[in-house]
Ligand binder design. Structure first.
Ligand SMILES: [Mg+2]
Length: 235
């Protein structure tokens, strides 16, 4: 029997300073120095318009990086126009945001990420990333030096389904040769989002662990060492 852990990426294995707001502000710093805008100006405009805000909707027609980014850049350009920038500059800012967001040097691994993944691997677990993310996620994972630890890296952008959609979890199971949870291998999901990661996994029969965040969950760990302990003990 093989044992598999499906991992969320952002907020679980790594974090990007400022997340999306930070990337948009960096684009403004680059093209419009002295813009005077802050996160609070950006944030309300990016709580919608991204694929993961509509997880009930499949987007398999966007399963190519250029198509995916064209759709997202339409929204990002709207954000910049709504902040008062003219259309051509808004397009440029949107394109720059893409370059900034997909730069791996902006991401930092948590201190426990690599040692905990290695400890779990030594204990017989294989690892797969299942993340609501950009098409370039596999490249980000490679540049962060994590790729050798993972059997597969699955980004929602490339499969057309966002967690907690059941098909996102089905795609991850198929990637490691499983038809369904508990068939017959042991599979767990680990992530920092109580809805996308924990409720989504549990809805398709995959037990899940909420990490790094407060929240309602059957299994919750402060950090990834807690995951190592919990999975060593068994359920
Ligand atoms: Mg996350």
């Amino acid at each position: 029997m093989k044992r598999t852990i499906l991992w969320d990426f952002d907020g679980t294995l790594a974090r990007r300073e400022g997340v999306w707001s930070g990337a948009l502000l960096q684009a403004l710093d680059q093209h419009c120095p002295g813009h005077g805008l802050c996160r609070d100006d950006i944030h309300p405009r990016i709580v919608h318009g991204f694929p993961w805000h509509y997880p009930e909707t499949a987007h398999t027609h966007l399963n190519r990086p250029e198509r995916w980014w064209r759709q997202l850049c339409d929204h990002l350009a709207w954000v910049f126009r709504d902040l008062g920038y003219e259309a051509e500059l808004a397009e440029t800012l949107a394109r720059t945001t893409r370059i900034i967001y997909t730069d791996a040097t902006s991401f930092r691994l948590y201190d426990d990420t690599v040692p905990a993944l290695e400890a779990l691997r030594a204990a017989g677990w294989r690892h797969v990333i299942l993340s609501n993310h950009v098409p370039e996620l596999p490249n980000l994972v490679r540049e962060l030096g994590l790729l050798p630890l993972f059997d597969d890296v699955i980004s929602s952008a490339l499969i057309g389904y966002e967690k907690p959609h059941p098909e996102a979890f089905a795609a991850a199971l198929r990637a490691v040769g499983l038809r369904a949870a508990g068939d017959p291998d042991e599979v767990w999901m680990v992530g920092d989002n109580a809805v996308a990661d924990v409720q989504g996994a549990e809805a398709v029969g995959i037990p899940a662990i909420l990490v790094r965040r407060e929240g309602e969950a059957r299994h919750r760990c402060e950090d990834l060492w807690g995951v190592v302990e919990l999975l060593a003990e068994g359920r």
